[in-house]
Each structure stands twice: as structure tokens, then as C-alpha cells.
Design a protein around this ligand. Structure first.
Ligand code: ADP
Length: 298
């Protein structure tokens, strides 16, 4: 069983060919809606790869929250420990998807902020062998790491821009000793000014994480585990929507990590899972295990 801790959102995607300026109105030519939030996306991606998944987070008592929860349940994710925050609105993200596949997001965190460290209790993590922290909230990460020690679970962190913006010292304080830390190129650049191979190795050593993985969008990903520094190129696909690519990547990487696969196999499998995801719209379009296997064999 894998638990993921962090945000659950209701995403509204608008497909646009240009971005509005002040007082301007741009017409979107496509609309789709669906569940999002990095931690929830991760839980769905892990479930689709055939692992047990539990989501730990918070929603408001509103229709959007109910819809978001129903989607998770339908994906087979355990939502029995999700907190309901009565007076808050559930998290909503508006995603502007450009024709070129790039995206811009406007987030309202709402009820997600109602999750507090004291909500994280050992009972909620019973039977969990891995905890994925898709949050930039340092106090949540710290509490979850305490629990991981108590229940004997391994830990990964994908703190996103929210964590990287807090600076190298804060990232160091949460990353030391963690099994895997994920970040994208922009976050690595925020912390070190660079995202090339040697910078990733240097950053990994500074963070004292067991393993650092930096995703490079259409250029693939690079990982360092204290011994091996490896880079893989992205698979060539027609990207239509990269929302959730990092979550699909992290879920597939952790699935291989938990199977005891080596760093090259982890990178390759994750790279393939994320490549499939970017060919499909929405944050929850990550592949099932057989799809990744078939993709790698083709
Ligand atoms: P995030 O979504 O967190 O910003 P990235 O943009 O770095 O993360 O993408 C995560 C992973 O998704 C990449 O490491 C790569 O495997 C895959 N990916 C992203 N964009 C593309 C693309 N255009 N073509 C193929 N794979 C991609």
C-alpha cells in the first residue's frame, strides 16, 4: 500500500490559442474538467500501475469536492482518511492549455489548507510501505516523515515550486535522508541556477537525499543515487497536454523503486509512463502497467 499526502483539486481546463491581456476576452475552443492535485494524481497513477493506493488530504463539503472524491473512489484509491473541512471550498485549478501543449495554472488551494500536521496520525498510515509527499508544506512533510519512521515506510517528496521557492536551506531540512526527491527543471534551477547533469549531482549531495530525480520535460530526466548519475532522453511523442506528467513520472518511478528495480529501469519506466500521459488530455490520464510495458516493447 502506497499513501500520498497533499492536494486534491477540481481542475477546469480551457484550451486556448492565445492568452488574454487586461480587459481582453479570449475564447477557449475546448473545455474539459476533472480531478487534479498532485498528490491525488499520484495516487491514481499508482493505482493504475496495480499498487494499492491511499490518498490523504482534505476537501470542502461542496459538490466539487464530492465529484473529486468520487473520481478517486472509481479509480480504486482508498479515500477513507480524507478530511472534510465544513466551511471551506474544495481546491480548484484553472488550467490554460495552449495549442503547443504548454500550460498555465491558476490555483485556489481552499480546503487543501485545512489539512494540518495533527491530522496525520499513525493509524491513517497503517499497512503503508511507502509515503509520497506531494506538498510544499514543510510542517506536513516533517510530520509525515516522523510517521514514516514509526511505521517503517520509505518516503519520496515532490514539493513542486512551492517548496523550491522556500530556498535551498528549507529544501535541505526536509530532504535529508529521504529515499527519493523529485523536482522539475525549473525547481532545480531555482535552487542551483542549473539543471545539467553535474548540477544535479552536486544538488543531490547537498540535499543528502538518497536519490534525486530531476525531470526535464521534453528532454527526459536525470537521476543520481549517490553512486550512479544517469540521464535518459524523453520518448518522442506528440504532446497534447503535459498536466500531471511529473505525477505520472513519479508514480511509475516509485512503483519500480518498490519492486527493487535499479535506477536505469526506474528512469526508463517512468519516462515511458510520462510520455504516454502527455499524449492524452487531463491530469489523470496516466497509463496502466500493461500500456507502459507495451510502449517499451514497441
Ligand atoms: P512537470 O510536469 O512536473 O513540470 P516535466 O515537464 O519535467 O514535469 O515532465 C515530466 C516527465 O514527463 C518528463 O521527465 C518526461 O518523461 C515526460 N514528458 C514531459 N513532456 C514531454 C514531451 N513533450 N514528450 C515526451 N515526454 C515528456
Amino acid at each position: 500500500l502506497v499513501a500520498s499526502v497533499g492536494n486534491l483539486n477540481f481542475d477546469v481546463y480551457l484550451k486556448v490559442g492565445e492568452l488574454p491581456g487586461v480587459d481582453e476576452n479570449v475564447e477557449a475552443f475546448d473545455l474539459y474538467t476533472g480531478g487534479g492535485g498532485s498528490a491525488a494524481n499520484f495516487a491514481v497513477a499508482v493505482a493504475r500501475l496495480g499498487l494499492g493506493a491511499r490518498f490523504i488530504g482534505a476537501v470542502g463539503e461542496d459538490p466539487l469536492g464530492e465529484m473529486a472524491l468520487r473520481e478517486l473512489r472509481e479509480e480504486g484509491v482508498d479515500i477513507s482518511h480524507v478530511k472534510r473541512v465544513p466551511s471551506a471550498r474544495s481546491g480548484v485549478v484553472v488550467v490554460l492549455v495552449h495549442l503547443d501543449g504548454s500550460k498555465r495554472m491558476l490555483s485556489y488551494r481552499g480546503a487543501n489548507l485545512g489539512l494540518s500536521p495533527s491530522d496525520l496520525t499513525v493509524e491513517k498510515f497503517a499497512g503503508v510501505r511507502h509515503i509520497h509527499l506531494a506538498t510544499g508544506r514543510v510542517e506536513i512533510i516533517a510530520r509525515a516523515r516522523e510517521i514514516a519512521r514509526e511505521v517503517g515506510a520509505t518516503v519520496s517528496i515532490d514539493g513542486g515550486t512551492a517548496l523550491a521557492k522556500k530556498g535551498l536551506d528549507v529544501v535541505k531540512s526536509v530532504a535529508e535522508g529521504v529515499d527519493v526527491i523529485f523536482m522539475n527543471r525549473a525547481e532545480a534551477r531555482l535552487l542551483t541556477g542549473s539543471s545539467d547533469k553535474s548540477a544535479v549531482k552536486k544538488l543531490a549531495e547537498e540535499l543528502k537525499a538518497r536519490e534525486l530525480v530531476v525531470t526535464l520535460g521534453p528532454e527526459g530526466a536525470v537521476a543520481y543515487d549517490g553512486a550512479r548519475l544517469l540521464q535518459v532522453d524523453a520518448f518522442r511523442v506528440d504532446a497534447v497536454d503535459t498536466t500531471g506528467a511529473g505525477d505520472a513520472f513519479a508514480a511509475a518511478y516509485i512503483a519500480m523503486f518498490l519492486q527493487g528495480r535499479d535506477i536505469y529501469e526506474r528512469l526508463l519506466f517512468a519516462n515511458a509512463a510520462a510520455a504516454i500521459k502527455v499524449t492524452r488530455p487531463g491530469a489523470r490520464s496516466s497509463p496502466r502497467r500493461w500500456e507502459v510495458v507495451a510502449f517499451l516493447e514497441s
